[in-house]
Design a protein around this ligand. Sequence first.
Ligand SMILES: Cc1cc2nc3c(=O)[nH]c(=O)nc-3n(C[C@H](O)[C@H](O)[C@H](O)COP(=O)(O)OP(=O)(O)OC[C@H]3O[C@@H](n4cnc5c(N)ncnc54)[C@H](O)[C@@H]3O)c2cc1C
Length: 358
Amino acid sequence: MNKIAVVGAGISGLSMANYLEKHKIDYHIYERRKKEDLAGHGFLIPEEGIEYLTQIIDRSQLFEHGRFLKKYIQYSHTGNKLAEKDLHNVFATSRHSLINLLTQNIPHEKITYEETVTPRNTEKGKLKHSDGNYIDADIAIISDGSKSRIRKSLFQDEKMRQVQENEVVNIIKNRELADSVENDFIKFHHEKGGLTFGILKLSEDTILWYSQFDNQKYRINECSAENLKNYMLEIFDNWHPLVPAIIRKSDYKNVHLWCVYELEELNPFYKDNIVFIGDAAHPLIPFTSQGVTSALKDSFFLTKYLVEEENYAKAFSRYESERKPEIEIHINNGRALLNQFLLPVSQYSENILPISYK
Ligand SMILES: Cc1cc2nc3c(=O)[nH]c(=O)nc-3n(C[C@H](O)[C@H](O)[C@H](O)COP(=O)(O)OP(=O)(O)OC[C@H]3O[C@@H](n4cnc5c(N)ncnc54)[C@H](O)[C@@H]3O)c2cc1C
């Protein structure tokens, strides 16, 4: 088997490494961040994602680090119940826990942290270490996230655009507030549209909350933690009392405003000996809740075809044919979910689930 370099140790790079490890294929991962830098939020993972995840990490350990949610309940901003749906084994967990679990099976000598890989001379499929030397690999698997610099250098005509939505995501440890929330996914919606507040319980004493803003109506820019908190308190002031209570009691140290981007059109998923997985191949907007599952499936199928095919060109081509059609469905579903979010609640369609299913 050829020498493999994996660039990026987020969910997709780490799941790729786990699948390669499972098939005893040699690789090395290069990651820009420090090992302990695990800032981030949490994920909703549909049942299919859990099936792929439990092929590479221990089921019982995973289930200790999150919760299955029973129902999705939609409320108006003042707390009138609008609709409810059963959730079929949708799991909620923090990014921190998932990254830790995925890192556990990878021998430490196979990851180099604080190593930013740069694209140089990529037409010949060459990538560079931060010290300027070329990376010694026959295949590069790129998992450097939605704003991939390596992708941009290969596909210079690509067009990224900002989506009409920003998010603030936070995790709060507070037993009293957690006790007031069942194992349900609850979401409050402003009746005029374009503003929501979602709550998920991660454990007995921890909840994850997130807020989605129409960024044409709510023009918040990246600002200090204190200003963000004040702004949140101002706009959620007259909402159901649980919402301002959570906002008030949260610590804003690790919170920032997510600006969401998408590609106008997908690029090819590979070029020469370089192949893209996860958000680097296909940024998916958060409305789909399919980023993690898609990253896992990319890693599963890419590994499968690398094992089955006699050369990487065939493996990459089968990988792209397998994954692209499904990703296109999620992109379209995500756009439909975004359009619905921007509408007044009275114009919502019946399919209320904030998850894209193929
Ligand atoms: C607000 C928000 C909410 C979301 N909610 C959900 C959800 O509920 N469910 C869900 O499934 N998905 C969700 N997603 C999407 C999900 O977060 C992503 O799809 C998933 O994390 C993609 O992982 P990745 O590994 O492809 O990219 P990333 O997590 O971005 O990882 C990329 C890694 O590459 C490293 N890197 C970057 N450049 C370099 C370089 N040059 N050299 C070396 N390393 C580099 C970075 O440090 C990083 O560790 C959400 C996203 C956002 C923004």
